[in-house]
Each structure stands twice: as structure tokens, then as C-alpha cells.
Design a protein around this ligand. Structure first.
Ligand code: AHR
Length: 313
């Protein structure tokens, strides 16, 4: 935001006085469900009134929800944008109403970055690169055909995790992506698309590794690999992103190999940035970056599973 807009959005407010509308994507994955519960917990801790609208994966529902929040005159809007494009008009409406918008976990493509106050996200290109680097190191020069399960078409993590992984394997001529298709970030679609990959690739004999843009699709694909009579984690390496409890169970069973952690606590830093902004009128950094940590089977997956279980999952 420019200084004038920042001042217009500001004005002192105790956290308890704040009402925040959150346009959430839906509940496509375990990670998403955890993000929703953690948001409620973080709001409650701060005495913030959080109104969550579940868009059931549809951008049109998110646009309607944002318009509803503007009409209600909320103090701020959190938006987890299902896809990256098509937000300018509705965000201009929020800006005209002097309601700051904070992006959570996904980014948007816009030529006007004053349409949002800040974005609390991980570096999704980096996540893909971490997964790619892990594979390069793990296969150590051996030929490796990779199948890729992409996230929701047009979403920032699907675009960026694809790019990051490709960057990670770029220097390894032994590694090739032979199939790549969307599994829409869901377990069911991950399984279904993996079944197709297995059929198309010699029953799976020609697949060395699966790269999934989230753990839920990996978990669905693991089921498909087992049903095809192969051992996930051994016959086909499995690397994915999110670090949800179920992938640690799979790692403990030797059925998944690595995951890159994405914290479900995007709302906590967003509430803090909002509160500081309301108190001071000073706009926060445009990007509040969350960490991305690699976990492998060497990281005591059962212990991590137990730790994760208590964290909103
Ligand atoms: O935007 C974050 C992604 O959305 C998570 O990695 C995925 O599980 C979710 O659906």
C-alpha cells in the first residue's frame, strides 16, 4: 500500500475489537483443514472475531464471500486464493471500502500490489526445488523417470512447485519427468491419476519416482502403487510437500521418502501483522515468508507424526 492508502486503512484498534472475514478455499487436503482449525485457534487466542467462508474450491464463491465481507464492513479480509488470476476487480472493491486484504498461503498475479496489504506464504518455488534437489541426491546419477502430480491448475503453488522442481533437477540429465497431470491437491484424484500413470508406464516398472505437489495426492498415489503390486518408497520413490501427519506414517512404514514442510499457521503471523498495522498505520513487509523444511525417513517419522497430531491436524 502507498502511504496515503496505508493511513486510510489504519486507526488504532485492540485485537478484541477486530472482525476478520476469511475466504477459505475449501477442504481439499489435510493441510487445508489444519489451516482452517489453526486459524480459529489463533483468532481465539487474540480475541479476534473470525468469520470463515468455505468456497468449496470455486473462485466465484470466494468473490461472493469477499463482497459479503465488504458489505458487512469487516476490519480486514484474509484470502487464500484458489487460483492466481482474476482478483483485481473484487480487491479494488475492498480497497475502495478501505478494508485491508491479507493473502494467506497462495499468491495472486496482479499489476497493482496495493490491492493487498501483505501475503503470508512460503516460498513455493523453493519447496519444489528442495524436493528436486533431494531426488538428485538420492538417485545419485542413476537414470530416473519421474511422474508428477500437480496441484490445482492455475494455483500459485502448482505453478511454482512445478517450476522449482524442474529447476532442482535441471542439472541432472539422468532425471526426466515423463508424465505430469493435475490431481487437484486431493487424495482421491491423486490415486486416480496415479493409476493412469502406472498403466501408461509399463504397470509402473518404468517409473522411478513420484513427485506430488502435496502429501494428500502422494498418499492417494501410494495406495494406487500398492494396488498395482509395487512397493511405494522402494520400487517407486515418493517425495511431496506439506508434512501432514499421514505422510509421516507412510514414511515410518517405508512407503514415502521425503516431504517439505508447510506450516498450517498462516493466520497467526497475519493477525499479528494486521494488529501492528492497525496500531501504527505502518504497512508491513509485502511478503511474510514462512519456513520450508525437508523431512526424510531419517527424521524419526513416528515421533514427528505424534508431534504433528496435536497441531490442528
Ligand atoms: O496452498 C497450499 C496448498 O494447498 C497445500 O500444499 C495443499 O495441500 C493445499 O491444498
Amino acid at each position: 500500500l502507498g502511504t496515503a492508502a496505508a493511513v486510510a486503512f489504519a486507526g488504532t484498534a485492540a485485537a478484541a475489537d477486530l472482525t476478520v472475514g476469511f475466504s477459505q478455499i475449501g477442504s481439499e487436503s489435510g493441510w487445508r483443514a489444519a489451516e482452517t482449525s489453526v486459524s480459529k485457534i489463533e483468532a481465539e487466542k487474540r480475541g479476534i472475531d473470525l468469520k470463515i467462508a468455505d468456497a468449496q474450491q470455486k473462485q466465484e464463491n470466494q468473490i461472493k464471500a469477499i463482497r459479503g465481507f465488504v458489505a458487512q464492513g469487516v476490519d480486514a479480509i484474509f484470502l487464500a486464493p484458489v487460483v492466481a488470476t482474476g482478483w483485481d476487480t473484487v480487491l479494488e472493491e475492498a480497497k475502495d471500502a478501505e478494508i485491508p486484504v491479507i493473502l494467506l498461503d497462495r499468491t495472486i498475479e496482479t499489476s497493482d500490489d496495493s490491492l493487498y496489504l501483505t501475503a503470508v506464504t512460503s516460498d513455493t518455488v523453493h519447496e519444489g526445488k528442495v524436493a528436486g534437489d533431494w531426488l538428485v541426491k538420492t538417485v545419485a546419477g542413476k537414470p530416473c523417470n519421474v511422474v508428477e502430480l500437480q496441484g490445482t491448475v492455475g494455483s500459485s503453488p502448482a505453478i511454482n512447485r512445478k517450476k522449482g522442481f524442474e529447476d532442482g533437477i535441471a542439472s541432472a540429465s539422468n532425471i526426466k519427468i515423463t508424465r505430469s497431470q493435475t490431481g487437484d491437491f486431493t487424495r482421491a484424484k491423486g490415486k486416480e491419476v496415479m493409476e493412469g500413470f502406472l498403466k501408461a508406464e509399463g504397470g509402473g516398472k518404468d517409473i522411478c519416482a513420484l513427485y506430488a505437489h502435496n502429501d494428500d495426492m502422494a498418499v492417494g498415489a501410494i495406495q494406487a502403487i500398492k494396488e498395482a503390486g509395487l512397493k511405494p518408497g522402494t520400487d517407486i520413490l515418493v517425495v511431496s510437500i506439506d508434512a501432514v501427519p499421514d505422510i509421516f506414517k507412510a514414511m515410518a512404514d517405508g512407503e514415502a521418502n521425503a516431504t517439505v514442510e508447510l506450516t498450517p499457521n498462516m493466520a497467526g503471523p497475519a493477525f499479528d501483522a494486521l494488529k501492528a498495522f492497525k496500531d501504527s498505520g505502518k504497512a508491513p513487509e509485502k511478503w511474510i515468508q514462512t519456513e520450508s523444511k525437508l523431512y526424510t525417513q531419517a527424521d524419526d517419522p513416528m515421533k514427528v507424526y505424534e508431534e504433528k497430531k496435536g497441531l490442528g491436524y
